[in-house]
Design a protein around this ligand. Structure first.
Ligand SMILES: [Zn+2]
Ligand SMILES: [Zn+2]
Ligand SMILES: [Zn+2]
Ligand SMILES: [Zn+2]
Ligand SMILES: [Zn+2]
Ligand SMILES: [Zn+2]
Ligand SMILES: [Zn+2]
Length: 1752
């Protein structure tokens, strides 16, 4: 790669030309010439190579500027005949803006479709139009655009209602379609015509130009140089990585440049990667080709002359220019359309538009995009030319599609994708069908591309190569086109349309014939199948065609003549198919129960059978239409009914259903999964409408035309059960049959399946045309049966229902009739529940139930009945009557063969022999009897008296069996079974049947009179219900046990191990989880009479109490003692920015950062949390070592990640699996000695001054000599009671000491992000800081959650705070004494000036709670050397008071100007406070001067102090409470008024805080002076630093818009910040700070700690100290990230109207913000639980662990 010249100057030669160039002169010259074409070409030949592509680094701005001046301006002048600025304005005035919006969608932009008014789902609106349309009040769908396509606003054909938004509403005046050219002068038209012809011709010439080194005639440059580009083209074969790697090698560029090249190639389709002479470029080309030819096919590279590239660049510009110019005027647009479609010299299909289309697949992506856009803004926006264009498109259709098959680009950049814009317009589609025979063309093109056939001419998909699979995917887009053409059904038929549609149908039948019988299977016996046969391709085809087949039926349903012809054609096709594969089947005669039938010998289990029968199924669909449209009754003479052979019709569908039954019966196990999958899809909601459902209909159609006995005999024979039921003594078969157990089992299942099939043939009447039902009854019944299983969410129901071609289920119309909606809570989703009155329509044998559904529904419905105190029998529901064409089907229920079968099964049930019959079999027989009885009852009820009811099942069931001897009747058998003890479960049903029989008999007896017989539905007797309850309870207990076991099994191996060892204890500890850990702590105030104080010499001393805890690992009890075994609390330490008031502060340098003082902006803190589980330190150590060892073994074995990083000290709490990374030792509370007189403030200040001096000099002695000499100061007298070199005895046992070091090191390591170093002096500081930060964060949380300060925290947080505070006060024992003393000295120096301490911070830069905690906790190291009897408590109180005063000063300094509010009436007490505040403020002003504004109102100042200091006081109360264990006063356990006084009392403070200052003014005045004169004060107050005002507000997550599409819109205009103006693929919003990021993309990867990370991970380190909360806008998904390796997805806070989230934005229902859920996420964040949440999510779902989170 040549060196970069960053700012390329415009070559001087061009400059002079530019100066001499006159636009007007050029244009005038052109106006005179006769051959404009030659002149313009000459001009372009001269200038284009001088403007474009002059070097390796293109400079688009200056190129465009020059092109505008030298090239476009003369064209515009010529066009207008005058200065374009006036000419174009004139044109614009006369412009009739198109009624069409035509807004072209960007990638990711939201689009809206109205589910009520859109003609089809491809009709969409842009956001602007949608908001101004009527549809926003309708049911709509929202999606994100994949780019391309445009807004259909204004297209009257696209919308059934409201086609215009407010903006595009046409004026009434210009409703007449006048010619837009009428406004233009003929001159103008001519000029326009000329210039468009030339420019468009030029663009087409250049874009379709394929020579690398030459130019078209007339464009050769006057002088040629040896300058070339090495141009790299994009393909869909090579990956980003391959291209980047190759480029680095071939053109020797950096990784970053290579990424940029690859990104551009991917976006624009090509990019020059090298510039230079020919040989130089050739070299790069050969390297690239060589490097990539090993993988499949080499990357495409061309070495192109610079002038060729230049002209191509300008050609694209020219197209842009055309698009721009026609935007001025609809007239110009029309002229451009005319020019484009004008037939060229080569005759038909040679217009410029044709040329572009036909060269589409040869052009690079960028060029295609540009000309497609021009088509959209010209041809598609002009209704007249849109039609002409559509015709050309249809004429070229076949060739375009063929080119597309060879093209390796995605469809969105292919011109073929324009079909959606043309074919979905109904009038256009109809015109193209009739005039261009489009339907036939599409289908034929499709069939021609599927070349692989077997000997019978059927498709053969086996042995498919990757290349063929690729083509197969491409060819599917043709089905999409066919769908567009058919999507709107014609309202009127012309003869020509009929003719062409039927011609199309012929072609379609040819296609279906190729599918009929494809992928046949043969049952595998003996060995298991060796290779799973290919099946997916065939099913993909079937699935894609499903809607087409349905739509063709719907077209037929709109015209009787078409239907009749279609029926005939389909029947012919089916007959043709059958003649092909019926050979070798021998005729046979079967007889049974006195009936015999001729059929063929055929066994599904032995011969070939196929699941693909689309021709039969289409015929079945049409047959139903004959009935539905009553054609069968009105024109029977026109129908080929006599040609129908019912046995032929049912044969193949029956085989298919038998195949399913046999698979269920386990007979096809050796055929592998491919068959199981096929059977699954056959019944699946995506396919069943045109597979299973139609097979059933075909059986119904066939059976309705046959003798029912014959039908049943054939069914028995195909099920291979004929021999069982036909034998003379079939009722006794099992007594003597010693068949193989498997075979018996198989036959049982087959019998069950067959009985079910008979039920379905007779009972499925909910399709209009079969039964007498309304259109929506079918869908109602589907929903009802889904809800009988359990209440369901909207999306679950949608998934369970078939969608039509418009992606609608029709559910919304009927759902309210069958269900009621229950809203969701903060978790979960909204559910639909079945209306109770609908339960009686429940059919246990609903044909779309799987076996699992069936048993779930049965259980649910029985439970429901029991709850209502009803009999639990589930009799069949009452059915609607059949339509006449199918009416004879009911006779199946009373035919001899069926009664024979029913009798046989009942007989087997009476005398059961193990395993030879099944309860399901009996249950089905009872159901069938029930159906028959209901049928009879219905007919009786509906018949008029004189009309004899022909259906008489009660009569037949009472007759004894015929052959061989007199056997019991069905009725007798039923009565016999009624009390059989082994059939308890069926008792209710049998009782119901007998009762119904009795009812019918009464009806018949009373038939003379008008009979009003109450319907059935007997209520059960109680005694059996009771028994059943018992059984049910037992069964439930068993279920619960199984469930428990399953849950246990899912737990991690380690934990299982642990539980097994401690089984009962585990149970126990779970129950006592909270109780056990905190028995030692008092939460209730001990004595409320004495005022409680938590700090100072007067602090209350709670009674001594042994503190005993239980180790969760060994279950031993242990007392907490300083000299005892160490007990530890599992803890998780993390960095945090949750409370940050300054997210712009750069992260500290961990090596040099001094954390002693926390800045009040709290920009980075260290938070410690705990799950509250306590262990022995040695138990924990053993556990952790085991985890480590296991992890090592695991890493060796397989490279799987865990949710925790052992190397980093992480582990899961052994009890609750909470992520932890260290442990905190539990320490006893320190016992302050209540002692005698304590010094006052003045006395103490003096003493401590002396002590500090003593320590200074002692420390100096420790230091190397050189530094000692610098400070020459006299030794001060050391107080005798203060021994500097006294080394106190360490009170702690060795294990506690060890744990003190462990936790200290962990906090230090995590808090500073450094490697552990036990010697680092910053360790204690980090621990104090973490204690203070955690207290502050909990205090904020309590405020945000509106909870009282005490008593509302979970025990685990109480325990955690206590151990943190006590740890802090003990940690000096683990560190070097002088170091901690040094910290104390420096901390104190911030308050009491100490000349020996340098660089003390100004008090505006110190967070006072951090200072308080650190100074109190570090004091221990000083006190240990004091034997004067000075009590720690006294010192703590002095320190506390001093810091409180400092904080008040801090607040007053930052209080800001007075707000204009009404001054309140103040009482006596307040007046004192206000006055005090004023006095202090004025004192401050005397020190600070004019930087402080004058404030007159004491009320304002006092209010500032009071509100500003409250969080600090609350934090201090929490701190001292946990440090000393003093119970809090009861008032602080509630949110009652008067908290302030109680709080001050608890803290030993006067409630008028200003007394702290005024009471000791002489002592404090000098300190005040010191604070105020610190140079930092002036600097900060004058805006030099970060000024934080108090109280600090809690941080919240950003505000989100209510409507989710607003976010999508925002994200769609977001461009990647790194790759100039590109759309980001995964725009992701940081919910903490609101930044939008370009996630999951190469372009925005950055390096972080030596690793490439994505934009989100990088952002978390700056914004959230490693923790991040994002919203992935395209996915509608919340993303949690922690560190580089942890992450999980979380449900977004957006819900649709059905109370469901839409992760992945697949359903497209409008989404609105759910505030509760968003608050829940915010709470997780505020309480530092994000990492924990991720840990739990990853433990629950192991696949989350494998994701490369750092690349997001
Ligand atoms: Zn629009
Ligand atoms: Zn509009
Ligand atoms: Zn609408
Ligand atoms: Zn233990
Ligand atoms: Zn735990
Ligand atoms: Zn952020
Ligand atoms: Zn990016």
């Amino acid at each position: 790669m040549a060196a970069a010249e960053s700012d390329r100057e415009v070559p001087s030669a061009l400059c002079t030309e530019f100066l001499n160039f006159s636009v007007k002169d050029t244009a005038s010259k052109w106006l005179q010439v006769t051959d404009l074409y030659k002149e313009v070409y000459h001009h372009l030949a001269r200038y284009v190579p001088k403007i474009y592509c002059l070097g390796p680094n293109l400079n688009p701005q200056s190129e465009d500027l020059l092109a505008q001046m030298l090239l476009q301006a003369p064209l515009e002048w010529y066009l207008c005949g005058e200065d374009p600025s006036t000419g174009l304005a004139k044109l614009e005035q006369n412009n009739q803006p198109s009624q069409l919006c035509g807004h072209v969608f960007k990638v990711g932009e939201p689009t809206y479709s109205c589910r009520e008014c859109a003609a089809d789902p491809t009709c969409v609106l842009c956001m602007q139009c949608f908001l101004g349309s009527v549809h926003k009040e309708h049911r709509y769908r929202m999606t994100t655009s994949g780019g391309g396509g445009f807004c259909d606003c204004g297209d009257t054909e696209a919308w059934k209602k409201g086609p215009y938004c407010q903006k595009h509403e046409p004026n009434i005046s210009d409703s007449c379609q006048e010619d837009p050219l009428a406004h233009l002068s003929t001159d103008m038209i001519a000029r326009c015509y000329n210039v468009f012809s030339v420019v468009l011709k030029y663009a087409v010439d250049m874009l379709t130009w394929d020579k690398e080194d030459e130019l078209p005639l007339g464009l050769e440059p006057p002088d040629r140089s040896d300058t070339y580009y090495c141009m790299l083209f994009n393909d869909e074969v090579h990956t980003y990585e391959q291209v980047i790697y190759t480029l680095q090698k071939a053109v020797n560029c950096t990784q970053k440049e290579a990424v940029s090249f690859a990104t551009t190639v991917d976006r624009d389709g090509r990019k020059s990667v090298r510039f230079g002479d020919f040989a130089f470029c050739e070299l790069a080309k050969s390297v690239i080709v060589r490097n990539t030819s090993r993988q499949s096919k080499p990357l495409r590279v061309q070495v192109m002359h610079s002038s060729v590239v230049a002209h191509q660049c300008f050609a694209l510009k020219a197209l842009h220019w055309l698009g721009h110019v026609i935007g001025y005027s609809d007239a110009l647009r029309r002229i451009l359309c005319q020019v484009g479609l004008e037939r060229g010299p080569e005759g038909e299909n040679s217009s410029l538009v044709d040329t572009l289309m036909l060269c589409d697949s040869k052009m690079w992506k960028g060029a295609r995009n540009v000309y497609h856009q021009l088509f959209m803004s010209s041809l598609l926006m002009d209704l007249k030319y849109k039609k002409l264009f559509a015709i050309q498109f249809a004429k070229n259709y076949r060739r375009l599609q063929t080119d597309f098959m060879e093209d390796d680009h995605e469809r969105v950049v292919s011109v073929t994708s324009l079909s959606v814009q043309l074919f979905t317009v109904p009038t256009m589609a109809r015109m193209l069908i009739t005039e261009e025979n489009l339907m036939t063309t599409i289908i034929r093109t499709f069939v021609d591309h599927l070349r692989h056939r077997d000997l019978q001419g059927r498709f053969q998909f086996e042995r498919y190569t990757a290349q063929q699979a690729f083509k197969f995917r491409r060819v599917q887009s043709l089905i999409g086109d066919l769908k567009y053409v058919l999507i709107s059904r014609p309202t009127e038929w012309s003869d020509q349309l009929r003719e062409k549609f039927l011609e199309g149908l012929d072609t379609f039948l040819e296609l279906l014939k190729c599918m009929q019988g494809m992928d046949p299977v043969v049952r595998q016996v003996g060995q298991h199948i060796e290779m799973e046969p290919e099946w997916e391709a065939a099913f993909t085809l079937q699935m894609k065609l499903t809607h087409i087949i349905s739509m063709i039926q719907e077209w037929c349903a709109t015209d009787e003549r078409v239907l009749i012809e279609a029926y005939k054609k389909c029947l012919t096709a089916l007959t043709h198919c059958h003649s092909g594969f019926a050979d070798g089947e021998q005729p046979i005669t079967l007889s049974m129960c006195g009936h015999s039938v001729d059929t063929i010998r055929y066994c599904v289990s032995q011969e070939k059978v196929s699941i693909h029968l689309p021709v039969s199924r289409l015929l079945a669909g049409l047959h139903v239409l004959l009935s539905k449209m009553e054609v069968a009754y009105r024109f029977p003479e026109q129908l080929p009914l006599s040609e129908l052979s019912p046995p032929m019709l049912i044969e193949h569908p029956l085989r298919c259903l038998v195949l399913c039954a046999q698979v269920h019966a386990g007979m096809w196990r050796r055929n592998g999964f491919s068959l199981v999958n096929q059977i699954y899809y056959y019944h699946n909601v995506k396919c069943r409408v045109e597979m299973f459902d139609k097979d059933l209909i075909m059986l119904q159609a066939g059976a309705s035309m046959m003798d029912p006995n014959h039908f049943l005999i054939i069914v028995l024979s195909r099920f291979e059960l004929y021999h069982i039921f036909s034998s003379a003594d079939c009722r006794k078969r099992y007594n003597r049959e010693n068949a193989n157990k498997d075979v018996v089992q198989q036959n049982n299942t087959l019998t069950e399946e067959m009985l079910h099939l008979i039920m379905m043939v007779v009972g499925e009447r909910f399709e209009a045309g079969i039964g007498q039902v309304e259109g929506c009854d079918e869908i109602k019944r589907e929903i009802l049966h889904q809800l009988c299983i359990r209440p369901m969410a909207h999306s679950e129901l949608v998934k369970a229902l078939p969608e039509n071609e418009n992606k609608e289920t029709g559910m919304e119309r009927v759902i309210d009739c069958v269900a009621s909606f229950k809203k969701p809570g903060v978790t979960g989703r909204g559910l639909y529940e079945l209306r109770p009155e609908c339960a009686k329509q429940f059919n246990l044998y609903f044909h779309h139930y799987s076996r699992a559904d069936q048993s779930k529904a049965e259980e649910a419905q029985r439970k429901l009945k029991r709850q209502n105190g009803e009999d639990t029998a589930l009799p069949p529901p009452v059915l609607p009557p059949f339509c006449p064409l199918f009416a004879s089907l009911v006779n199946i229920l009373q035919c001899d063969v069926l009664l024979g079968m029913l009798g046989a099964v009942l007989q087997w049930a009476v005398e059961p022999s193990a395993g030879h019959w099944s309860e399901s079999m009996l249950q089905r027989v009872l159901h069938l009897i029930g159906m028959a009885l209901l049928e009879e009852q219905q007919q009786l009820e509906n018949s008029s008296e004189d009309n004899d009811v022909y259906f008489n099942f009660t009569l037949k069931m009472s007759r004894p069996g015929e052959a061989p001897s007199n056997t019991a009747s069905v009725l007798a058998l039923l009565e016999n079974l009624q009390n059989a003890p082994h059939l308890e479960v069926h008792e209710g049903m049998i009782r119901w049947l007998l009762k119904t029989v009795a009812g019918i008999k009464t009806m018949r007896e009373r038939s003379a009179s008008t009979s009003t017989v109450t319907t059935s539905g007997s209520r059960g007797q109680e005694e059996t219900a009771c028994d059943k309850d018992k059984a049910e309870r037992k069964r439930k207990a068993e279920m619960a046990r199984l469930r428990r076991e399953k849950v246990m099994a899912q737990m991690s191996e380690m934990q299982r191990h642990f539980i097994n060892e401690n089984k009962e204890l585990f149970q126990q500890s779970l129950e006592e989880l909270d109780a056990s850990t905190s028995t030692s702590l008092e939460h209730s105030p001990a004595s409320s009479d004495a005022a409680l104080a938590c700090v100072g010499p007067r602090r209350s001393r709670p009674r001594e109490k042994r503190q005993v805890v239980t180790c969760i690992l060994c279950q031993e009890e242990q007392e907490i003692r300083a000299d005892g075994k160490a007990m530890v609390l599992a803890a998780f330490v993390q960095r945090s920015t949750v409370m940050s008031k300054n997210r712009t502060r750069p992260p500290h340098d961990p090596k040099r950062y001094d954390p002693l003082f926390m800045h009040p902006d709290l920009s980075f803190g260290t938070h410690t949390g705990s799950c509250g589980h306590i262990m022995h330190s040695h138990c924990w150590q053993r556990y952790f070592e085991a985890v480590q060892a296991k992890e090592q073994r695991r890493q060796q074995r397989l490279r799987v990640h865990t949710s925790y990083d052992v190397g980093n000290g992480e582990f899961l709490c052994p009890l609750c699996e909470c992520l932890s990374n260290t442990v905190i030792p539990l320490l006893p509370r320190t016992m302050g000695s209540s002692s005698c007189e304590q010094p006052g403030l003045g006395q103490w200040l003096k003493t401590s001054g002396q002590q500090i001096k003593a320590m200074h000099s002692a420390h100096r002695k420790l230091q190397p000599v050189s530094t000692v000499e610098e400070t020459v100061e006299e030794e001060c007298p050391v107080p005798e009671v203060f021994t500097v070199d006294y080394i106190p005895t360490n009170p702690y046992s060795s294990t506690i000491k060890e744990m003190l070091a462990t936790f200290g090191t962990a906090t230090y390591k995590v808090g500073l992000k450094v490697h552990p170093n036990e010697q680092d002096p910053r360790i204690p500081i980090m621990c104090w800081s973490s204690c203070a930060y955690t207290i502050q964060s909990i205090e904020r949380l309590l405020v945000d959650e509106k909870k009282p300060l005490f008593g509302s925290l979970p025990c685990r947080q109480d325990d955690c705070l206590s151990s943190l505070a006590r740890f802090g006060s003990a940690c000096w024992t683990a560190a070097c004494q002088p170091t901690v003393q040094g910290h104390f000295i420096r901390l104190l120096a911030a308050l009491i000036p100490d000349p020996q301490v340098e660089a003390s911070p100004c008090i505006l830069d110190v967070d006072m709670l951090h200072l308080l905690v650190s100074v109190v906790l570090s004091y221990g190291s000083v006190h240990s050397q004091d034997s004067s009897g000075l009590s720690v408590d006294a010192v703590q109180l002095h320190l506390f008071h001093l810091i409180t005063v400092a904080h008040m000063v801090q607040i007053l300094l930052t209080s800001g100007p007075e707000e204009v509010t009404m001054e309140q009436e103040s009482g006596e007490a307040e007046r004192g406070e206000e006055e005090g505040a004023c006095r202090l403020y004025n004192t401050l002003r005397t020190h600070v001067g004019s930087s402080l504004p004058e404030v007159g109102s004491g009320w304002h100042l006092w209010r500032c102090v009071k509100t500003g200091i409250l969080p600090y006081l609350r934090g201090a109360a929490l701190f001292f409470h946990h440090l000393h264990g003093v119970p809090a006063p009861p008032e602080l356990h509630a949110l009652c008024p008067g908290q302030w006084e109680v709080l001050c009392g608890y803290l030993s403070l006067p409630s008028n805080l200003l007394q702290l200052f005024h009471g000791q003014q002489e002592l404090l005045e000098p300190l005040l002076h010191g604070w105020c004169t610190h140079p930092g004060i002036q600097q900060t107050l004058q805006g030099g630093g970060v000024l934080v005002s108090f109280p600090r507000e809690s941080n919240s997550l950003i505000d989100l818009p209510d409507d989710y599409s607003a976010l999508i819109n925002q994200a769609s205009s977001f461009t990647c910040p790194k790759s100039g103006g590109d759309k980001s693929r995964a725009p992701t919003l940081c919910l903490v700070c609101g930044s939008m990021l370009c996630s999951q993309s190469y372009c925005c990867q950055t390096e972080l700690e030596g690793e490439d990370v994505g934009a989100c991970t990088a952002h978390t380190f700056a914004c959230g100290a490693g923790v991040g909360i994002f919203l992935r806008v395209r996915e509608s998904q919340v993303l949690f990230l922690a560190g580089k390796t942890k992450g999980c997805f979380y449900a977004p806070p957006y819900l649709d109207d059905y109370g469901e989230t839409d992760q992945g934005l697949r359903r497209g229902n409008p989404l609105h913000l759910c505030h509760e859920r968003y608050r829940k996420i915010q709470k997780l964040w505020r309480q530092h639980s994000i990492t924990e949440e991720i840990g739990h999510a990853q433990e629950a779902n192991q696949t989350l662990v494998g994701i490369d989170w750092q690349h997001l």
